[in-house]
Write a protein that binds this ligand. Structure first.
Ligand code: SAM
Ligand code: SF4
Length: 329
């Protein structure tokens, strides 16, 4: 089955105010894009209106690094929301700046947020997100509460489960969905960003987490709005849902509907390999006509099914030259 490729994840910045263990651990030697290489807001909008939308892209996500660090994000959200072709716009964030930005983002027209929350325990959270002091968890929790109060829906919470670090919290995190219409999504840990942690700790399959939750409460099928590859379930009687993103244990390359645009303008058809990547920033700044860029991207969209990394066949090993934070996770 061929999938309609109409979903673009746009990274606004490759830097972050956290150093999550699994993504960009403290001391990691990451090469950040030069600020002058970031696509400007005008360039992003030009690429959307002249290249991606004419090719059928209608659903967008702003990510990073930490997208809320990008100056002017509220204005950019407003501009994308108001493009007549935009059917969906969401942001993935670590939530640290959300208490302040949730209201302006909502006023700008944003309705969907994914917030990373790997732990309910401030100490464990700090271990995972880096930094000193235990205030990070509280600040993120305030951001989540603000987003909830303001009415973002669906409000999704992303959890990466790492054996021996936060796996003992799976039931507590799942329980958040019982009284709130929140959507907690368990993401399998991938060896991108911290290979040695991956080798040392390993990863936990969604199936194992699902079985644990099912044993405690039972589990039925669920549904939630979104563009992603999550398998959705629900604790009987719960207001929210549980999602499982199982890119390690199940290959969903065949139903992948997304392309990724990095903060420095590299368009990438597959998270896990760089085949076919186009440097849209250089082309744009060199004056390559938008029509030509549209044709190039159109060809790449057509090639995507062959480029997609067939994880189950190939195994998720190998060195990635960019982390999730650099590609735009
Ligand atoms: N900073 C934002 C955040 O953390 O939500 C957005 C960017 S972050 C790269 C996007 C998502 O990628 C987060 O949900 C994060 O948990 C996930 N991620 C990063 N590295 C990962 C890894 N090695 N394995 C699985 N998920 C990862
Ligand atoms: Fe930053 Fe998000 Fe990566 Fe954590 S997962 S280091 S918050 S980009």
């Amino acid at each position: 089955m061929t999938n309609r490729i109409d979903y673009l994840r746009i990274s606004l910045i490759d830097r972050c105010n956290f150093q999550c263990l699994y993504c960009m651990p403290e001391g990691a030697d990451l090469e950040y894009a030069l600020k002058e290489h970031w696509l400007t807001h005008d360039e992003i909008l030009q690429l959307l209106t002249e290249v991606f939308i004419p090719l059928g892209f209608t659903r967008f996500r702003l990510t990073g690094g930490e997208p809320l660090l990008r100056p002017g994000i509220v204005e950019l959200v407003e501009a994308i929301v108001h493009l007549p072709e935009t059917q969906d716009l969401a942001i993935t964030t670590n939530g640290f700046l959300l208490a302040k930005l949730a209201q302006p983002l909502h006023d700008a027209g944003l309705r969907r947020l994914n917030i990373s929350l790997d732990s309910l325990n401030p100490e464990t959270f700090q271990k995972m997100a880096g930094g000193r002091g235990k205030s990070r968890w509280h600040t993120v929790w305030q951001g989540i509460q603000a987003a909830h109060r303001i009415g973002f829906s669906p409000l999704k919470l992303n959890v990466v489960v790492i054996p021996g670090i936060n796996d003992h919290e799976v039931l507590d995190l799942a329980a958040l969905t019982i009284d709130q219409a929140w959507h907690v999504r368990f993401i399998e840990f991938m060896p991108i960003g911290n290979d040695s942690l991956f080798e040392h700790k390993g990863w936990i399959a969604s199936e194992t987490i699902r079985a644990q939750i099912a044993q405690r409460w039972g589990l039925g099928e669920g549904a939630v709005t979104g563009n992603g590859p999550a398998d959705v379930f629900q604790i009987p009687g719960a207001k929210g849902t549980l999602g499982f993103i199982s890119q390690m244990s199940e290959c969903f390359c065949d139903r992948c509907n997304r392309m990724r645009l990095s903060a420095d303008g590299l368009l990438r058809p597959c998270l896990l390999n760089e085949t076919g990547q186009i440097d849209l920033r250089s082309s744009l700044r060199a004056g390559v006509p938008l029509k030509t860029l549209r044709e190039q991207v159109g060809v790449l969209v057509g090639q995507k099914p062959d480029i997609n990394f067939k994880m189950r066949e190939s195994g998720v090993t190998g060195a990635y030259s960019r982390t999730m934070s650099q590609i735009g996770g």
